[in-house]
Structure formats: structure tokens, C-alpha cells
Ligand binder design. Structure first.
Ligand SMILES: *[C@@H]1O[C@H](CO)[C@@H](O)[C@H](O)[C@H]1NC(C)=O
Ligand SMILES: *[C@@H]1O[C@H](CO)[C@@H](O)[C@H](O)[C@H]1NC(C)=O
Ligand SMILES: *[C@@H]1O[C@H](CO)[C@@H](O)[C@H](O)[C@H]1NC(C)=O
Ligand SMILES: *[C@@H]1O[C@H](CO)[C@@H](O)[C@H](O)[C@H]1NC(C)=O
Ligand SMILES: *[C@@H]1O[C@H](CO)[C@@H](O)[C@H](O)[C@H]1NC(C)=O
Ligand SMILES: *[C@@H]1O[C@H](CO)[C@@H](O)[C@H](O)[C@H]1NC(C)=O
Ligand SMILES: *[C@@H]1O[C@H](CO)[C@@H](O)[C@H](O)[C@H]1NC(C)=O
Ligand SMILES: *[C@@H]1O[C@H](CO)[C@@H](O)[C@H](O)[C@H]1NC(C)=O
Ligand SMILES: *[C@@H]1O[C@H](CO)[C@@H](O)[C@H](O)[C@H]1NC(C)=O
Ligand SMILES: *[C@@H]1O[C@H](CO)[C@@H](O)[C@H](O)[C@H]1NC(C)=O
Length: 532
């Protein structure tokens, strides 16, 4: 193709219909059915990263490695619009800890001398601040960079969270006295009343342990919600489920009863750990089907009425764990399809002190242990689609589609160089598709449809095949619902991607009872709705 023609084509291609996350949000936020919205009624999607500040030093991690400002800038540059910033209850309820211990003293008391010198160099204006002032300056700096903040009460006693019986897990535990908790929530809600970028509060992280029960959940969560709302009516009230925040099934039959409305959000966590047995005993399509059912039963049903905030999920981003990788692929399909609000675990690649280890490395992190370079760009790419807002309360009738490939984080698009071919490319550079009721995948505003041309051959965009031919019909099959099978082959060939990112059709994998050794992930596609 001639260069001019290529340029002309590329020019035509540049129609980015995905709304990027807006920086100029009109606060405060509230809810409209399942959407979080701003003052103007427009959707605001939370695409957050967790930033721990609840470990023993009670200082936001990483600040002995990089200046606060540089970290905030980097968070924005990586495409997040928000931080879920953790805090231990003691910071709110122990006045001495909050106001009479400085960052320097806190590090000193733990013998973290290297962090003192690092902090002195990187954040000299913070090192002699009392802990609560240091925490506030993190919130303020994030705000200066247009980053929203969700304050998450992670535990009571500063330290690593969360063991089943660490006495921090449920109302009535040694370190979890409901009255103290409510006083602490009230204090923090009040303290950040005028910080407009503090958009929400997670009332308590990962409820768990031998004491957990539904009646106390309702009793105390409602009390906590009323207390926070009374002190600060601006923040969204975010409620975590039982069993490490994996289960909110009990609110299906028993609604949360509050004196106010338009502020309630449910949060859920999803890691592969509780589901290792599912992933290692079943083929990945069946396993993903189980995971989707667990997600829907545990939280997904809320999406009819309330926003769902997937506030922790993550993997070792080196990609070394097969179960984690598959679980993430399955979860990303769900998150994209439902366009939920979310927060990845977690920001930085090290802790000052975790479980007795100084400088412990964290591999569930978007940044390296230097706290400024990206640990794995291909991991960030997998998050890029869900960083954008796909759906919202407006224009519900005008639904188009993207075809998302969770393994790469890319989307299916018409090739720039050969318009008959289809490749993977950046989702924000994808044309819109129309997956019609007769199972054709049609390029929006063009009479071109995706057609199967046989085993191991590239699929083609073809005008003639749009109409009647079954060569252009694709059905979602298997329990994962993420295989796109060619109807013309009796669903034996599935959409796949070759080494050059060209889309091809190959034998559908893991649909007939194979075991967990079978790997369908390159064939996983999710047809995602876009109504913007
Ligand atoms: C409050 O914090 C201070 C400083 O860390 C500590 O010495 C004290 O034991 C704490 N008080 C309680 C009741 O935990
Ligand atoms: C505050 O800290 C100083 C030394 O760090 C100590 O001497 C003083 O007793 C503390 N005050 C309170 C109220 O804890
Ligand atoms: C905590 O639970 C584990 C099993 O989950 C048990 O072995 C241990 O004894 C428990 N510890 C306490 C202090 O209850
Ligand atoms: C909701 O709470 C109010 C008190 O705040 C109470 O009067 C009312 O009966 C409760 N409703 C239900 C359905 O429990
Ligand atoms: C990044 O993740 C990919 C995919 O899991 C993996 O193949 C690669 O080795 C990772 N790179 C680094 C630097 O960890
Ligand atoms: C998608 O295609 C169907 C059938 O051709 C059509 O009725 C529908 O309006 C299209 N959707 C959009 C958003 O254009
Ligand atoms: C798409 O996203 C990438 C990275 O997220 C960015 O570099 C690129 O400029 C975006 N493309 C457009 C056209 O917005
Ligand atoms: C695509 O077609 C729709 C009607 O189906 C129209 O509203 C829209 O403006 C068109 N978009 C472009 C980029 O031509
Ligand atoms: C596809 O269509 C052809 C001709 O229209 C027909 O012979 C064939 O049986 C169809 N295949 C399937 C799987 O429906
Ligand atoms: C399609 O596959 C099913 C089961 O694999 C088989 O029973 C059926 O005969 C096949 N149909 C055609 C048209 O090949």
C-alpha cells in the first residue's frame, strides 16, 4: 500500500471514542444506581492503586526511596486516577502516636536507620512531621496531582494484615472494639472534611475470623456508616464483605438500612489464593466459569443497584505463577465486561518493614523496588482498558463493543497495513465493533465482518461475508464464556492470536473436559460493551 494511502487510513483510524478518565472532577461524588457520579451527574470511574501506610512505621511506604511529589506524578502517568490509601485505626485513636511521634522517631524506634537517611534526602520537609501530619501531606500531594483518595481503615494495630485470628479481624476481637472503631472513623472523616479529593472511605478492610457473623456485620457497619456520614457527608461509604472481603451474598436478601442514600458502595477483593484448588483441578475454562459464579453470587448481583469496587486484586507481576495468571485473565474479563471501579494491589516494590523483614520486596506491585520504574510494562498494559471508562448512565441505548484480550490487555482491531486483516492493538486505538444478535462481528459504520478462513489461517474482514454466510458467525462458548468459536466449523475453531499479534482461528482448547494442564488463555476474548 502506498504511503499516502497508509497515512490516510491511519488518519481515519484515529477516532477514540473511549473517554479517558477525567481529571477535573466536580466533587463530591455520589451514586446513581450502579454508577459513581460527580456533581454534574457524569460517571466517575475509580481506577486506583493501593498505597499501604498501615505497617509498623505508620508512614506511606516508599518515601525513603522517592520524593512524594515524584511518586504522585508517576501514579498519574501510569494511568490511575485514584489511590486507596490505607491507615491503621491506632493512627486515629492514639493521640500520642498521631501527634507526638514524628516520622523520624517512628523509624528510629524500629531501628530503620537507612530509611531515615533516605527519607532525609528525598522528603526532608516531611521527616520531622508528626505521623498524622505526614499522612495528611500525602493526601494533599495526591490532590495536587488530581488524584482522588479512598481512605481505607486497614486494621487496628500497625503491621502486616490479615491473618484469620490476628485479633484485628472482626467486631469484638481484642483489637477491634466497635466503639473505638467508630470514634476513629469519625475522627478521620472529620479530619478530611475539607479535602475535596478524599472521595470515599473504606470502613474496614477484610472482615474475617472466628467471630464473623452477619448480624454484627449489619449492626456495626450501619453504625459506622452513619458516624462517617454524620461527620463528613461528602465521602462515599464503602463496605467490605465477610471472609476477607470475598462475600457480600447476605445483602441480597437483607438491604443495608441507612438514614441517607446515594453514597453506598460495596467493595470486594479477589485473589487466586482461596481458589487454588479450583484452578489446579479443572480445565481453565471450567475454572473461570466457577470463579465468575463466585463473583456474581458474592458481589456481582449488587450491580443492579450499587457500585461495586474491586478494591484489591493482583498477582506477582513477574508472571511466574500460572494459577495467578489465569485467575487474573478471568477476573479482567469480568472487570471489563462489568466496567467496575477498582484498585490494584499495590503501588510500590518494597516495604520499610514487613513481618520483621527490613526492606522486604513486594512483587505484587506496579513499581519496582526503586519506587519509580515500572516493574513490568506488560502488566500495566493488561490494566489499560479497565483504566478507561467504558460505560455510564448516559446513552444506554447506543451500545457498541470492543473485543478485549485479557492475556495481553490489547483489543482486536482492523490492521493499519492490511485492512482485510485483524490484529491486536491498543484498546484506545481500536475501532468499535458491533456484535449483533445474529452473531456477526461487524466493524461499526463499515460493512465489514470478521470471517473464518480455516484452521490456523488468519481471520479476515470481508464485506461479502457479512450477510448470510455462516463463515462470519462467532459464538461465545465454554464455561468461561471467553472462547469465540466459528459457527461454520461447528464451534471447533476459535479465535486466537499468533506470534505477530495477527488474529487466526485455531482448534478450540479446553472445552471437552481436559485437565488443568490445558491452556486456553491466548483464546480468551471478552466482548465488552461501550456506550460512550
Ligand atoms: C500509643 O502510641 C504510643 C506511641 O507509639 C505508644 O507508646 C503507646 O503504647 C500507644 N498507646 C496505646 C494505648 O496503644
Ligand atoms: C511526646 O514525646 C516526647 C518525646 O518524644 C515525650 O517526652 C513526651 O512525654 C510525649 N508526650 C506525650 C503526651 O506523649
Ligand atoms: C490461629 O489459627 C490457627 C489455625 O488457623 C491455629 O493453629 C492457631 O492456634 C490460632 N491461634 C490463636 C492464637 O488462636
Ligand atoms: C431501619 O432503621 C431505622 C432506624 O434507623 C428503623 O426505624 C427501621 O425500622 C429500620 N428498617 C428496617 C427495614 O430494618
Ligand atoms: C512481565 O510479565 C510477562 C507476562 O507475565 C512475563 O512474561 C515477563 O517475564 C515479565 N517481565 C518481567 C520483567 O517481570
Ligand atoms: C448493530 O447492528 C445491528 C444489526 O445490524 C443494528 O440494529 C444496531 O443498531 C447496531 N448497533 C449500533 C450501536 O450501531
Ligand atoms: C493510547 O494509550 C497509550 C498508553 O496508554 C498512549 O501512549 C497513547 O497515546 C494513547 N493513544 C491515543 C491515541 O490516545
Ligand atoms: C457511525 O454510525 C452511527 C449510526 O449508526 C452514527 O451515529 C455515527 O456518527 C457514526 N460514526 C462515525 C465515526 O461515522
Ligand atoms: C454453513 O453453511 C453451509 C452452507 O450455507 C452449510 O452447508 C453448513 O452445514 C453450515 N455449517 C454449519 C456448521 O452450520
Ligand atoms: C457438531 O458437533 C456435535 C457434537 O460435537 C455433533 O453431534 C454434530 O453432529 C456436529 N454437527 C455437524 C454439522 O458437524
Amino acid at each position: 500500500m502506498k504511503t499516502t494511502k497508509v497515512l490516510e487510513r491511519m488518519f481515519c483510524f484515529i477516532f477514540f471514542l473511549l473517554f479517558s478518565i477525567t481529571n477535573n472532577v466536580a466533587f463530591p461524588l455520589s451514586t446513581n444506581s450502579r454508577w459513581i457520579i460527580n456533581e454534574k451527574g457524569q460517571r466517575v470511574k475509580l481506577a486506583c492503586v493501593n498505597w499501604p501506610a498501615h505497617l509498623q512505621p505508620v508512614v506511606a511506604e516508599g518515601l525513603s526511596k522517592q520524593p512524594l511529589d515524584a511518586v504522585a506524578k508517576k501514579i498519574m502517568a501510569m494511568g490511575f486516577n485514584c489511590v486507596r490509601l490505607t491507615w491503621p485505626l491506632d493512627l486515629a485513636t492514639n493521640e500520642t502516636l498521631a501527634t507526638n511521634v514524628t516520622v523520624r522517631q517512628s523509624f528510629q524506634s524500629l531501628g530503620l536507620s537507612d530509611d531515615i537517611s533516605g527519607f532525609q534526602t528525598k522528603n526532608p520537609s516531611m521527616i520531622d512531621l508528626p505521623l498524622i501530619e505526614a499522612y495528611k501531606s500525602v493526601v494533599t500531594t495526591l490532590g495536587n496531582h488530581n488524584l482522588m483518595v479512598v481512605l481505607d481503615n486497614h486494621l487496628t494495630k500497625p503491621g502486616w494484615c490479615c491473618r484469620y485470628n490476628d485479633s484485628n479481624g472482626f467486631f469484638g476481637d481484642t483489637f477491634f472494639e466497635p466503639g473505638t472503631w467508630i470514634a476513629g472513623l469519625t475522627k478521620i472523616a472529620t479530619l478530611f472534611k475539607d479535602a475535596s479529593n478524599v472521595v470515599g472511605m473504606s470502613l474496614r478492610n477484610e472482615l474475617r475470623g472466628p467471630r464473623q457473623n452477619v448480624d454484627d456485620w449489619f449492626k456495626y457497619m450501619q453504625q459506622g456508616a452513619e458516624a462517617v456520614h454524620g461527620a463528613n457527608p461528602n465521602v462515599l461509604i464503602i463496605l467490605s464483605g465477610l471472609t476477607y472481603d470475598t462475600d457480600l451474598s447476605f445483602v441480597r436478601s437483607r438491604p443495608v438500612n441507612l438514614t441517607f442514600s446515594g453514597k453506598l458502595v460495596f467493595e470486594i477483593h479477589q485473589y487466586s489464593i482461596p481458589y487454588t484448588k479450583i484452578w489446579s483441578s479443572k480445565n481453565p475454562n471450567d475454572a473461570c466459569g466457577d470463579i465468575l459464579k463466585i463473583l456474581d453470587d458474592g458481589v456481582g448481583f449488587n450491580l443492579r443497584e450499587f457500585p461495586v469496587f474491586l478494591s484489591e486484586f493482583g498477582i506477582d507481576v513477574r508472571g511466574v505463577n500460572v494459577v495467578q495468571n489465569r485467575n487474573l485473565g478471568c477476573l479482567l474479563g469480568w472487570a471489563a465486561e462489568n466496567d467496575v471501579d477498582w484498585a490494584i494491589w499495590e503501588l510500590g516494590g518494597s516495604y520499610y518493614l514487613r513481618e520483621g523483614v527490613v526492606g522486604m520486596i513486594e512483587y505484587y506491585s506496579v513499581l519496582d523496588s526503586d519506587w519509580i520504574s515500572v516493574r513490568n510494562n506488560s502488566f500495566l498494559q493488561r490494566l489499560s482498558l479497565i483504566q478507561s471508562q467504558l460505560q455510564g448512565p448516559d446513552h444506554q441505548s447506543k451500545v457498541n463493543n470492543l473485543v478485549f484480550h485479557p492475556l495481553s490487555g490489547l483489543c482486536m482491531l482492523q490492521s493499519f497495513l492490511d485492512p482485510t486483516k485483524v490484529t491486536l492493538g491498543r484498546c484506545n486505538e481500536s475501532q468499535l465493533w458491533n456484535y449483533t444478535t445474529d452473531n456477526t462481528l461487524k466493524l461499526q459504520n463499515k460493512s465489514l465482518c470478521l470471517a473464518n478462513t480455516g484452521p490456523n489461517a488468519p481471520v479476515k474482514l470481508s464485506e461479502t461475508r457479512c450477510s448470510s454466510s455462516n463463515l462470519s458467525k462467532w459464538q461465545t462458548i465454554s464455561a468461561s464464556n471467553m472462547l469465540l468459536a466459528a459457527t461454520s466449523t461447528n464451534n471447533s475453531l476459535c479465535l486466537d492470536v499468533d506470534g505477530d499479534n495477527t488474529l487466526v482461528a485455531t482448534n478450540c482448547r479446553c472445552v471437552n473436559g481436559e485437565d488443568s494442564s490445558c491452556d486456553p488463555m491466548s483464546q480468551w476474548f471478552k466482548i465488552v460493551k461501550v456506550n460512550k
